[in-house]
Design a protein around this ligand. Structure first.
Ligand code: 5AD
Length: 348
């Protein structure tokens, strides 16, 4: 099917398209400039020129899972593993607070070392030191009871990418011990507990087709998340899928713009993977509808060890310590760096 200007305008006004129209749009680069400018118009109507900053603390790269694409998978015996202590995590937050950050994202592999008790202790500790900050957790699949305990301890947001909504694709990317439905259930549990929830997926993942991406968009419509994190798939030599090519910048940007038009109120990060696939990836992501950046706050000594993919960008403007460079990058792109708590703006 040929995409017409009217189809893009329909997406802009109705926030939706048919599967066939979406498929054609994903495959077509003719209208990218129009798509990005409408996405920018929508993001400005909801969020103005604000780009929210979240401090990312990658506190452990131990993982019990074996996702076929991920560099910190349990089966990668070549990975150098690390864990941060509660004190080290707190000092990352101190540094972030000093830099103006009011949201901390605590991310790790699925590491059983951090029991619910320990995680709750870490959360309570951060909350009592920084009561004006939001804590986002991103520690994988847990029971509803565990999610509830973290929420009660003070974590208000949770990021758990659904990775792939289509079962067949999910199963080609993950071992049999993991399932797309289990993942979706976690997201529903998180939502029903009251978290602001983030889902998402990789773009250009091995075996992924455009119709898999339609599944992802439909799943997101049914979940209605507060945040949607997408970034290109990037190869890692120590994984079973190492021979697959990186996802493309162009398709990631097109999807970001489509997401902004379908989900005007969503928080959409310009991810580190986007900044890794192209030097100006993050700036382009902002111009295509993204409105969040998560600079790395982990201790510099461990930053390269959290290598879910290779050549990760984490010592330049992606790093929290380079917030002046980041601010200038954001301003050059036409936006404004905002360090406040940055809650989702849902329609009343
Ligand atoms: N390339 C890009 N993204 C990856 N992730 C994991 N491995 C890779 C990779 N090789 C993403 C997953 C995960 C998030 C933390 O990073 O989507 O949810």
């Amino acid at each position: 099917m040929n995409i017409s200007k009217q189809t893009i305008e329909k997406l802009y006004t109705t926030r939706n398209l048919s599967d066939e129209e979406l498929l054609s749009l994903l495959a077509c680069d003719t209208w990218d400039a129009l798509l990005f400018s409408l996405a920018d118009k929508v993001r400005r109507s909801v969020y103005g020129d604000a780009v929210y900053i979240r401090g990312l603390i990658e506190f452990s790269n131990f993982c019990k899972n074996n996702c076929y694409y991920c560099g910190i998978r349990a089966g990668n015996t070549g990975a150098t593993r690390y864990r941060l202590s509660p004190e080290e995590i707190l000092s990352c937050c101190k540094e972030g607070y000093r830099l103006g950050m009011r949201t901390f994202v605590l991310q790790s592999g699925e590491d059983p070392f951090y029991s619910d008790e320990l995680l709750c202790h870490i959360i309570t500790n951060i909350k009592s030191n920084f009561p004006d900050c939001a804590i986002t957790l991103s520690v994988g699949e847990k029971s509803r009871e565990s999610y509830q305990a973290y929420f009660d301890a003070g974590a208000a947001r949770y990021l758990l990418r659904h990775e792939a909504a289509a079962d067949a694709l999910y199963n080609r990317l993950h071992p049999a011990s993991m399932s797309a439905s289990g993942r979706r259930q976690c997201l529903k549990d998180l939502k029903s507990i009251g978290y602001q929830v983030g889902a998402g997926f990789m773009v250009g993942a091995p075996f992924q087709t455009l119709s898999d991406l339609i599944h992802d968009l439909r799943f997101l419509q049914s979940l209605d998340p507060d945040m949607i994190g997408i970034g290109p798939y990037l190869t890692h030599s120590q994984t079973p899928l190492h021979m697959h090519e990186n996802g493309s910048l162009a398709l990631t940007l097109r999807l970001l713009a489509i997401l902004r038009l379908m989900f005007p109120h969503a928080l959409l990060p310009a991810t580190t993977a986007l900044a890794t696939v192209a030097p100006d990836g993050r700036e382009k992501g902002l111009k295509a509808g993204a409105n969040v950046i998560m600079p790395n706050l982990s201790p510099v000594s461990v930053r390269q060890l959290y290598d879910i993919y290779e050549n990760k960008n984490c010592t330049g403007a992606e790093s929290a310590q380079c917030s002046d460079i980041l601010r200038i990058q954001i301003e050059k792109a036409g936006y404004r760096m905002v360090t406040d708590i940055g809650n989702v703006k849902r329609p009343l």
